[in-house]
Design a protein around this ligand. Structure first.
Ligand code: ARG
Length: 584
C-alpha cells in the first residue's frame, strides 16, 4: 500500500500540473510546525525561479486547486510560498483503516532483496563477555532484523576472536597445571577424550591468570607464543584442546547472548578464515599488489586525495605471522564465496575505523570485492559511566556483561515488587524482559557513532524516553484489550478529537520512518518514532474515555485504534530486539 505522504504528494503534483507548473518539486512532507499544519509543501519556492514569478503567487494558485479536493480540511498559502495542509479526518481514517488491514501495517519491503552479511558480536573466546561487546551485539541484532524486515536475506555472523594469543596462553597454562594430559604427550596416538579438561569457570579463571603471568614471566610468555604458533599449524593435541575451549566457551556465549535476545545464524570465527589465507596471499602476490616493506608484506592502500594518512595494510609480519587484517581480508574471501553478498556490514568499536578502512581498500584494490558489492563499517561510540569515562565496575575493573544484566534486572525487579502489579512468582521473569528493553533502548536510542552515558536509573525509568516507557504503553493497551476484548469487526472511524487525529497521523508515518531506519541502518530512527507513537497513545488514552464510552460503535473504533497502535509498537520493539511483558 502507498504511504500517506506519497498519496498526498501525488495530489499536490496534480494541482501543480493543473495550475500549469512542472511537478518536480511538488513533494509533501510532514510539518515540523504541528501548531500550524499537519503537512506542508515547499515546492513553490524552487518552482518560482524557472517560472519567474513570486513563490507566494504560485503557492496561491496551487492552493486554489487543492481547495477543490475534499481530502483537505485546510489549505493555506503563506509567505514566502509555503503550502500548509491539514487532511480531512475521513480521508485519514480511511488510510489508517486500510493500513490496519495489511499484514505489516502498510510497510512494503524493498524491491531489491539484497544478500547481506552482518558481522556483529565479535566476542573473544575464553575471555568473559564484557560490556565492550555489548553495543556490537545490540546494534547488530537490530540492524539484522531491520534488513530482514525489508526483504533482505541476512546472515548474522558472530565472527569470534578464536585463533589468537589467548588460546596459546590457555594452552600453555594448562600444560603447567596438568602436564599429564594426553594433549601434551607427543607420542600419544589414541583418541583424545571427548570431555573437556576444564569447566567454563575454570577457563575464565585460567585466561586472566595466564595473561597476567605472561606479563611478568618472559619464559611463560614465550611458551604461550609458541603454543599459539603450534595451534595455528594444527598440532593435533593443541587443536583438540582448542576444540574443547571452543565448545565450552560457545555454550557459555550462547547462554549470554540468549539472555540478550541476540541470535546469530553463523558461529564462525577467525579460525575459519585461516585456510583461506595462503591461497589469498598467493593470489595477491601474483597480482603484484603485495609490496615488501622491511620484510613485511603489505598492500599500499593510500589514495590520492586522502585527508589523513592511511598506512599500508599489513598482511604478513616480517616474522611470518599474519594479523587481524589478514584474517579479515580472508574472511571476506570466504564470505564472497559462501554467501554471494550484495553487502557486508560490520559493527565494531570506532577505534577500529582505520582497520576497516584499510581492509576495505585492500579488498577493492585486489578485486576481492567488486564495486557492485557494498562494504560498510559502523564504528560505534563508547558506553561511558556517569563520570564521562568508559564504564567500569565500582573498583575500576572491566564490567562483565552478565553482571551488568544482573544489576539492571535486580533494580527493575525491586521496582516491580514495589508496584505490586505483577504476581511475585512472575516478578523475576518480568524484570528480565524489562531489563533487556531498558538496556537495549538506552543504547539504541543514541546515534550509534556517538558515546553515551549508561545511567541505570534513567534507562530503567517507566517514564520518559526509555525502553520501559514503551513497554508500559504496550502493557497498558494490553490491559484495556483484555478488559473489553477485541471486537470482531475492527473498523477505524474518523477521529473525533485532536488526540485521536494526532495518533492516526503518527501511525501513518510508520512506513516512512522504518524505511529511513533501513536506508541508514539506524535503529535510533525507530526509537525516536516509537517514542513519539507511545506519546500519542498515552495522550489519547488520557483524554478519551475508552472503557466507559457509552456509544458502542465509537468504543469499537477507539479499541481498533489502540489495537493498531499496539501492533505498531510491538513491531518497533521487535525490530529493536526486545519484547513486552504481559504486566508490569
Ligand atoms: N574480536 C574483535 C574484537 O574484540 C571484533 C571482531 C569484529 N569483526 C571483524 N570482522 N573484525 O575487537
Amino acid at each position: 500500500m502507498e504511504k500517506l505522504i506519497d498519496k498526498l504528494s501525488l495530489v499536490v503534483a496534480e494541482a501543480f500540473c493543473a495550475a500549469g507548473y512542472p511537478t518536480d518539486h511538488a513533494k509533501v512532507g510532514v510539518s515540523n510546525r504541528p501548531d500550524l499544519c499537519e503537512f506542508q509543501c515547499n515546492g513553490a519556492m524552487p518552482t518560482a525561479k524557472a517560472a519567474r514569478k513570486a513563490p507566494i503567487l504560485i503557492a496561491n494558485e496551487v492552493a486554489a486547486k487543492l481547495q477543490e479536493q475534499d481530502i483537505f480540511t485546510t489549505v493555506e498559502a503563506v509567505n514566502p510560498g509555503f503550502i500548509n495542509l491539514r487532511v480531512s479526518p475521513a480521508y485519514l481514517a480511511a488510510h489508517i483503516d486500510e493500513m490496519s488491514r495489511t499484514e505489516r501495517l502498510g510497510v512494503t519491503g524493498e524491491v531489491k532483496h539484497r544478500s547481506v552479511v552482518v558481522d556483529y558480536g565479535g566476542p573473544n573466546v575464553a575471555k568473559p563477555l564484557h560490556i565492550g561487546h555489548l553495543r556490537s551485539a545490540i546494534i547488530g541484532e537490530s540492524v539484522k532484523r531491520i534488513y530482514r524486515y525489508f526483504g533482505d536475506t541476512v546472515v548474522g555472523d558472530i565472527h569470534m576472536g578464536d585463533w589468537g594469543l589467548q588460546m596459546g596462553l590457555i594452552i600453555a597454562e594448562l600444560k603447567v597445571r596438568q602436564p599429564e594430559l594426553p594433549y601434551f604427550d607427543d607420542s600419544f596416538t589414541g583418541e583424545y577424550p571427548t570431555e573437556a579438561p576444564f569447566t567454563i569457570s575454570e577457563l575464565e579463571e585460567i585466561y586472566p591468570f595466564a595473561s597476567q603471568k605472561s606479563k611478568v614471566d618472559a619464559d611463560f610468555a614465550k611458551e604461550a607464543h609458541e603454543a599459539t604458533y603450534l595451534l595455528q599449524t594444527r598440532k593435533p593435541g593443541y587443536y583438540a584442546l582448542w576444540k574443547h575451549i571452543m565448545a565450552v566457551s560457545v555454550a557459555d556465549l550462547k547462554r549470554n547472548y540468549n539472555n540478550l535476545n541476540v541470535d546469530f545464524d553463523v558461529w564462525m570465527g577467525e579460525a575459519d578464515a585461516e585456510p583461506y589465507i595462503p591461497p589469498m596471499l598467493e593470489k595477491l602476490d601474483a597480482q603484484g599488489i603485495l609490496t615488501d616493506s622491511d620484510g613485511a608484506k603489505v598492500i599500499i592502500v593510500a589514495e590520492e586525495g586522502d585527508k589523513k594518512e592511511i598506512p599500508p595494510c599489513i598482511l604478513v609480519k616480517s616474522d611470518g605471522a599474519t594479523l587481524y587484517a589478514t584474517t579479515d581480508l580472508a574472511t571476506i574471501v570466504q564470505r564472497m564465496e559462501d554467501f554471494k553478498p550484495d553487502k557486508l556490514f560490520y559493527l565494531t568499536d570506532k577505534r577500529q575505523n582505520l582497520h576497516f578502512e584499510q581492509v576495505f581498500r585492500a579488498a577493492r584494490k585486489s578485486g576481492i570485492v567488486p564495486d557492485s558489492v557494498e562494504l560498510e563499517h559502523v564504528g560505534f561510540g563508547t558506553m561511558n559511566g556517569k563520570d564521562g569515562k568508559p564504564f567500569k565496575t565500582r573498583d575500576g575493573g572491566v564490567m562483565r556483561l552478565e553482571t551488568l544484566i544482573a544489576d539492571i534486572t535486580n533494580y527493575v525487579e525491586q521496582k516491580i515488587i514495589e508496584n505490586q502489579i505483577v504476581d511475585p512468582a512472575e516478578a523475576h521473569n518480568t524484570a528480565k524482559i524489562i531489563a533487556v528493553g531498558a538496556l537495549k533502548y538506552g543504547d539504541l536510542s543514541n546515534l550509534a557513532t556517538k558515546d553515551y552515558i549508561f545511567d541505570m536509573e534513567r534507562f530503567a525509568a517507566f517514564e520518559g524516553n526509555t525502553g520501559p516507557y514503551l513497554l508500559y504503553t504496550i502493557v497498558r493497551i494490553k490491559s484495556i484489550l483484555s478488559r473489553c476484548g477485541l471486537p470482531e469487526d475492527l473498523h477505524i472511524a474518523e477521529a473525533d478529537s485532536e488526540v485521536a487525529k494526532n495518533l492516526q497521523l503518527v501511525l501513518s508515518q510508520m512506513p516512512e520512518q522504518l524505511a529511513l531506519a533501513y536506508r541508514d541502518s539506524a535503529p535510533n530512527v525507530i526509537c525516536a518514532y516509537a517514542y513519539e507513537l507511545a506519546g500519542a497513545v498515552n495522550k489519547f488514552y488520557h483524554d478519551t474515555r475508552i472503557l466507559t464510552e457509552p456509544d458502542a460503535q465509537k468504543q469499537r473504533s477507539y479499541i481498533a485504534l489502540i489495537a493498531l497502535a499496539k501492533r505498531a509498537l510491538e513491531e518497533c520493539i521487535d525490530l529493536l530486539g526486545f519484547e513486552a511483558p504481559e504486566k508490569m
